[in-house]
Design a protein around this ligand. Structure first.
Ligand SMILES: [Fe+2]
Length: 265
């Protein structure tokens, strides 16, 4: 199975176009949060309408998972916590989103919401507990916008902006992989990275760059490899081997990465 991972497109329409065009080349697309941008000049409700249409078209082309990020919060709950209510409407389009857990290719994917307070956090913890009962005999992958603290995947170049609670949850449940975003610069700065390992758990953050294509990660479960492609070049890791950093640049893209999504001209 081949999977494409992006995050933090922040209402960049050329990047959303690239994602839509690339989606049919993959069995699964994972969008790890921040589809919208709170700083955009475009009205927030207009952004949700446009992004919803993109997600609908991507979901018509392949399987799509989307988790909310901090830029995707469009209202406050009764408890006063920021929530992404528009994402509830995305679920009806056939997109696996916040609170969902789906099994594909012997892998259980838990889609976790951005949490802003104790109510959503407790819901997330209940989801992890429930999903942990289903993981037997499966790989277990979490989609969670914030990466773990003190990981190269959450390193800004000056400090770690990762999620400390997520570190505890990874320690408790040891999922096979956590797919994140949020800290845009981590893969591009010294001591940062797009890939990390915490115990047996792989952690990924594709990072954010401007223009199309976005920085992205592609997985091939048969090849057992994860590939990161950005304007800085490409790197890959074998998922069945220990991680050694720094990860050396690739001289050529792997054979399994065909057909290739359109690259920047
Ligand atoms: Fe972001």
């Amino acid at each position: 199975m081949r999977c494409l991972v992006v995050s933090d497109l922040h209402y960049a329409l050329p990047q959303l176009d690239w994602l839509l065009n690339s989606a049919p080349n993959f069995d699964l697309v994972i969008f790890a949060g921040d589809a919208l941008d709170v700083g955009s000049l475009v009205d927030f409700s207009a952004q949700t309408l446009v992004v919803r249409k993109y997600l609908q078209r991507i979901a018509a082309a392949t399987r799509l998972i989307f988790c909310s990020g901090n830029h995707d919060m469009d209202c406050q709950s009764e408890a006063g916590e920021k929530i992404a209510r528009w994402v509830e409407g995305v679920r009806s389009l056939g997109v696996a989103c916040d609170g969902d857990a789906i099994v594909l290719d012997n892998t259980l994917y838990s889609v976790l919401p951005w949490w802003d307070g104790p109510v959503v956090r407790e819901r997330l913890l209940a989801q992890l507990k429930a999903d942990s009962q289903r993981r037997q005999g499966l790989r277990w992958v979490w989609i969670h916008h914030a990466p773990p603290r003190f990981s190269p995947t959450s390193w800004s170049g000056k400090q770690s902006f990762g999620d400390a609670d997520l570190v505890d949850w990874i320690g408790r449940y040891a999922p096979d992989a956590v797919i994140s975003g949020h800290i845009h610069q981590s893969p591009f700065v010294q001591e940062g990275s797009w890939a990390d390992r915490i115990g047996s758990t792989w952690v990924f953050n594709s990072g954010r760059q401007y223009g199309a294509p976005p920085a992205f990660i592609a997985f091939d479960t048969i090849a057992g490899e994860a590939l990161w492609v950005s304007a800085m070049g490409a790197q890959s890791v074998r998922l069945d081997a220990p991680l050694h950093r720094p990860i050396p640049p690739l001289r050529a893209l792997p054979d399994w990465f065909e057909p290739q999504p359109p690259m920047a001209g």
